[in-house]
Design a protein around this ligand. Structure first.
Ligand SMILES: Cc1ncc(COP(=O)(O)O)c(C=O)c1O
Length: 411
């Protein structure tokens, strides 16, 4: 049997161990420590987002951002006066860690479908949803768009819409370390408008995924483009958010010599050892993005001619990190379903995965409203994530593509 090929395994090179050794030598075998401080600073340098808090997971980072907003609203009696829960509007095509923290904080959720251009939150549907929720008298706590499979959402347009209603945006960039988007699009109007700004993508200034959001969340889970085995980062231009989230992440201890608590917090800090791994990984980020993009191109070159096979698009304003290469299979034209292909790969000891099942189709969220939903549903029913780890060789990709081709009715 061939050695198993995983979907997106960790890719460790060696320098991570140098940092871990330093951490051991310093005896900071603890949550917090100099490695955590350095990791936060280096992360801020890489993303350009000045205030960063390293935590135990991306889910924890999201929870802290929502808790911060929740505390602010709770202090605002007028807004909580009608007794209804605050509403959070989020992408439906995402992983549950994006939205489960909304339920930890007793918020209602509404989901938004994706668009064809990026497979991320459709700004037009978002605008419609906000209008309908406001017309119904709801308070919208925040909007959470996901950067799916390493592709930034149309953040400038989403922010522009949310600014009209003074709604903060928390970017779920858990999968999008190293991904970028063009900022010139900030002045771009929806397609069809006269005021489209024309600029070549090359001349555009590209910003790191999540940069313009009020807060952004990143994950270093073992399957991500860079990893600390488990971990996350909350980043923001709002220093007050990060200061308060830092306090909440350490059991909300007050700044006095004894243990004094005026509110309940969490134990969410990242360990010093894992931050050491993260520092080593961060240095490799650009290489990892280049390699994942190369893997995507190779799959496309090898498969795009087969009828019924298409790939996740990349708009001209986006530079995806191609965390996962995703194909859509039209069973009638291709001759087999995505599940048939997944099984064929599994028989060769190769892991692939169906796309995220949209949140509005999850039994646990069946009571939640959704704006649109058909496109996410379609992508889920036909999409397959292919092995995309940066340590994958070209020969591996060629072999995987060969197995997929064999499933098509053309062969
Ligand atoms: C889109 C998305 N959001 C949130 C998360 C949660 O991150 P974590 O697993 O670090 O809690 C993940 C990944 O795992 C994710 O893919």
């Amino acid at each position: 049997m061939n050695k198993r090929i995983f979907l997106s395994p960790p890719h460790i090179e060696g320098r991570e161990l140098d940092f871990v050794r330093l951490a051991f030598e310093s005896n900071y075998i603890a949550p917090l420590g100099p490695m955590v401080d350095a990791f936060e600073k280096e992360f801020a340098d890489v993303t350009g987002i000045p205030y960063c808090l390293a935590v135990s997971s991306g889910t924890a980072a999201m929870h802290l951002a929502i808790r911060y907003l929740r505390d602010k609203v709770a202090g605002d009696r007028e807004r909580s006066g009608d007794g209804r829960k605050p509403m959070i509007i989020a992408s439906t095509l995402t992983f549950i860690g994006s939205v489960s923290p909304a339920t930890f904080e007793d918020c209602d959720l509404m989901f938004i479908d994706c668009d064809l251009e990026s497979w991320n939150m459709d700004p037009v549907l978002l605008d419609m949803a906000i209008k309908s929720q406001l017309a119904d008298g709801r308070h919208i706590l925040c909007v959470i768009p996901t950067d799916l499979y390493g592709q930034s959402c149309d953040l400038p347009r989403i922010i522009k819409i949310c600014n009209n209603y003074k709604i903060p945006v928390i970017s779920d960039s858990a999968e999008a370390m190293g991904a970028r988007y063009s900022v010139e699009i900030i002045t771009r109007e929806p397609a069809g408008s006269d005021s489209v700004v024309s600029s070549s993508p090359e001349s555009s200034m590209m910003r790191h995924a999540g940069f313009d959001a009020w807060a952004s969340v990143y994950s270093f889970n073992g399957n991500k483009i860079i990893t600390t085995s488990g971990g996350g980062m909350l980043s923001s231009h709002d220093r007050a958010l990060i200061d308060q989230a830092r306090k909440l992440s350490q059991q909300a201890r007050e700044a006095v010599p004894w243990y004094e608590h005026l509110q309940i917090g969490f134990n969410y800090r990242m360990s010093n050892i894992l931050a050491a791994v993260g520092r080593g990984q961060l240095q490799l980020l650009e290489d990892r993005v280049t390699r994942r993009r190369r893997i995507f191109c190779l799959y496309r070159d090898l498969l795009a001619d087969i009828p019924g096979v298409s790939f996740m698009p990349e708009p001209d304003w986006s530079r995806s990190n191609r965390w996962l290469t995703v194909i859509i299979l039209d069973p009638d034209r291709f001759g087999a379903s995505h599940q048939n292909v997944m099984e064929a790969l599994e028989q060769e000891n190769i892991e692939s995965r169906l796309m995220w099942k949209p949140m509005h189709l999850q039994p646990v969220f069946k009571h939640c409203a959704v704006q649109g939903g058909g496109l996410s549903d379609h992508l889920f029913r036909h999409g397959l994530c292919l092995p995309s780890g940066s340590a994958l060789s070209d020969d591996d990709v060629i072999r995987i593509a060969g197995i997929i081709r064999k499933q098509s009715k053309d062969t």
